[in-house]
Design a protein. Structure first.
Length: 161
């Protein structure tokens, strides 16, 4: 098999990588976050799915109404107090303790690796591995667990049942 060299851009010109040069690649990926104000009447916690409730504000998302189903991301900070601003992670892997995930899923032992997590139609700010079954609810995939403590955020479009 022939040896091939990758192409690079050097001073605006495309050329083959030169002998002795190396490529610097970020394998961890970029994680996008946005800082927004908690408009919920209570504290929101890490892992909580939220939607844009007003300009620069978020509230707990729920899969039972069109107004609350569009998940922006998951709370990245341990807690965000009412009217305080905090970080919302919109992609990448969100890591939390098993106890913190238990508070968001209602389960014990953290996330189940390999399981897909959906926005809960019954309780605002919760995730579930059960696909919502009821007419009028929405199915909204939020992400997939890669371990008991890590969820790969991959929010898809909501589908109304």
């Amino acid at each position: 098999m022939a040896e091939r060299k990758p192409l690079v851009i050097n001073a605006g010109q495309i050329q083959q990588i030169q002998t002795g040069d190396t490529l610097d690649v970020n394998l961890t990926g970029e994680v996008d976050t946005v800082s927004l104000e908690n408009e919920n009447a209570g504290t929101i916690v890490i892992g909580c799915p939220v939607y844009c409730s007003d300009v620069d504000k978020v509230d707990k998302a729920q899969a039972n109404a069109v107004a609350t189903v569009e998940v922006l991301g998951l709370v990245q900070d341990v807690t965000i107090l009412t009217t305080a601003s905090g970080n919302i992670q919109t992609d990448g892997v969100l890591t939390a303790t098993t106890g913190q995930w238990d508070a968001i899923t209602g389960d014990t032992g953290g996330l189940t690796a390999g399981s897909v997590y959906y926005l809960d139609p019954d309780t605002a700010g919760m995730l579930t591995t059960t696909v919502p079954p009821d007419a009028g609810d929405f199915v909204l995939r939020v992400g997939k667990a890669i371990s008991a403590t890590g969820l790969e955020i991959s929010i898809l479009n909501a589908v109304k049942l």
